[in-house]
Ligand binder design. Structure first.
Ligand SMILES: [Zn+2]
Length: 187
């Protein structure tokens, strides 16, 4: 096959040279106004071409490469922490957040699949903040309480989705430790 990025022949969809050039992760923490700390590994702009493959047939493979490269920058293991993928619905062929959660298992996090689902999946892409505020995700949490958990998503933009998820989980007696995303639009 050919590398998606440089088009040279490669054994994987992103060749080692391009991983080194474009996918070397740098972890950074953004604190939302609720106090929630969001750990990211890339600036959105840096890896946008890779993220835009999400809904393409090879998106699953690209997302797994992104996850494996990104999580190399994790400084702490997740022992004792559950990880709750945000809306890990697979109706698009696969769930990108469930894929990320499976990759976090290597680092000691315990995934709680299918526990946090959005009842509103209207697309936020390109929409202004007012639209996002007027169309909340309306999450339903079906998991257990009395756990410590990390929220997991692929991208953070305004932070509204994560804040809404945090609020639903907190009401269900989950202690939300922090959030992990691949890319932050705001860095
Ligand atoms: Zn390449």
């Amino acid at each position: 096959m050919r590398c998606l990025s440089c088009r040279r022949f490669s054994a994987s969809l992103v060749c080692p040279k391009c991983r080194e050039l474009y996918l070397r992760p740098y972890s950074r923490v953004r604190r939302l106004d609720t106090g929630l700390e969001v750990l990211s590994f890339y600036a959105y702009d840096e890896i946008e071409p890779f993220l835009l493959t999400k809904h393409l047939p090879h998106g699953w493979f690209v997302y797994r490469i992104l996850a494996r490269e990104a999580f190399k920058a994790l400084k702490k293991r997740g022992e004792g922490l559950a990880v709750i993928p945000v809306d890990d619905d697979a109706s698009g062929g696969y769930s990108h957040t469930a894929l990320l959660a499976r990759e976090l298992k290597r680092y000691g996090y315990r995934p709680r699949f299918a526990s946090l689902r959005a009842r509103n999946r209207v697309s936020y892409a390109g929409q202004p903040l007012a639209f996002r505020l007027a169309n909340p995700r309306n999450f339903l949490y079906r998991g257990s309480g009395k756990i410590r958990a990390v929220l997991l998503d692929d991208i953070v933009t305004s932070g509204l989705t994560l804040k809404e998820a945090e609020s639903v989980l907190t009401r269900a007696d989950v202690t939300v430790h922090s959030a992990i995303v691949l890319a932050d639009v705001d860095r």
